[in-house]
Design a protein around this ligand. Structure first.
Ligand code: BTN
Length: 330
């Protein structure tokens, strides 16, 4: 039995109580009686909740009233409005962490279940593709990783990356109205600049996937000055594109719903529906592109993606190349 857990527990109960009566005033007396804690304890919990960003009004005769919940990823906040069946039902929350992908891989190695989500308000060592770093300032973005254990062959894993891009595009559109474009394989752009990146890491045997960690970094409310001078010309945020801040929490919850829906569809129906949705949001196909793969730089017109998610590019001489990894510049 742990005394600090008991305190945390009764604080959660105070919050639950206020949440159930949101917009109403609840007397300290009622709270203290119903939760069997002292009036002083109630007051201390209210103070600590306020420190966490909950706006709670207190009036002498009427009591306490929950006015607003913070736009943070506290597990109780995420869970309160979550519409998924399994994705994000196991949730790890960090105010600050090195990299959620790193944590996710350690948890997956220890057997964490499919659908486990790791979310952080801030990453001190956020990682991007190709060994780059990912700027992840506190409470300005949506930085998270998902552990998945699909029953597919490793060659099909890239499909999941495209699927994630499709899910984020759908969620952002539903919540903000902003249409994002997908640059192959999975960079999300707004107004020609990158607003979201996806880092997929895999642990597999030659013929079976053990797990996949899907790391998603969405620049929600970053300001121009948050980006480093090197990335600044190519980077943007939803805030910068929309001209107003976005609520991160409902957007995060929506992304999790869309991911779950698309993932189930992929497992049931295969890649075809994902491919269609991906092509609809693509800003790569039909364009003259340069593909930087580990082997070569290839220039040509991006024709299509195949049923594995690979990019087909035709050069001036009519030769068609297939890429399953690489970096595209438009
Ligand atoms: C890219 O280079 O485009 C991929 C960026 C991926 C960033 C996300 S943020 C959450 C997760 N944790 C990380 O360290 N990286 C991914």
């Amino acid at each position: 039995y742990n005394i600090s857990m008991a305190i945390e527990g009764s604080k959660q109960q105070v919050l639950e109580f206020l949440r159930r009566h949101r917009g109403e005033y609840i007397s300290g007396e009622d709270l203290s009686r119903d939760l069997a804690i002292s009036r002083t304890a109630v007051w201390k919990h209210i103070q600590s909740l306020r420190q966490e960003g909950y706006r709670i009004d207190a009036q002498t005769r009427r009591g306490y009233c929950l006015l607003a919940t913070p736009d943070c990823f506290y597990p109780e906040e995420v869970t309160a409005g979550l519409e998924t069946a399994w994705l994000g039902r196991t949730l790890y929350y960090y105010d600050e962490v090195g990299s959620t992908n790193q944590v996710a891989k350690e948890l997956a190695d220890d057997g964490a279940p499919e659908g486990t989500v790791i979310v952080a308000e801030c990453q001190t060592g956020g990682r991007g593709r190709r060994g780059r770093s990912w700027i992840s300032p506190a409470r300005k973005g949506i930085w998270f990783s998902v552990i998945l254990r699909p029953r597919v062959a490793p060659v099909q894993a890239p499909q999941l990356t495209l699927l994630a891009a499709v899910a984020v595009v759908a969620a952002v559109r539903e919540r903000t109205g902003l249409p994002l474009g997908i640059k192959w394989p999975n960079d999300l752009l707004a107004g020609g600049r990158k607003v979201c990146g996806i880092l997929t890491e895999i642990k597999a045997e030659i013929d079976a996937v053990e797990y996949i960690v899907l790391g998603i970094g969405l620049n929600a409310n970053l300001e121009a000055g948050d980006f480093s001078p090197e990335v600044s010309p190519q980077a943007t945020s939803l805030y910068l594109e929309l001209g107003r801040p976005v609520e991160r929490l409902p957007l995060f919850q929506r992304i999790l719903s869309c991911l779950e829906k698309w993932y189930e569809r992929w497992q049931d129906e295969g890649f075809a529906p994902v491919r269609e949705a991906w092509k609809e949001a693509s800003i790569t196909l039909g364009q003259e592109v340069r593909v930087n793969s580990w082997r070569e730089v290839f220039q040509g017109v991006a024709l299509d993606i195949d049923d594995e998610g690979s990019l087909l590019v035709r050069d001036a001489g009519g030769r068609i190349r297939r890429f399953n990894s690489g970096e595209v510049s438009l």
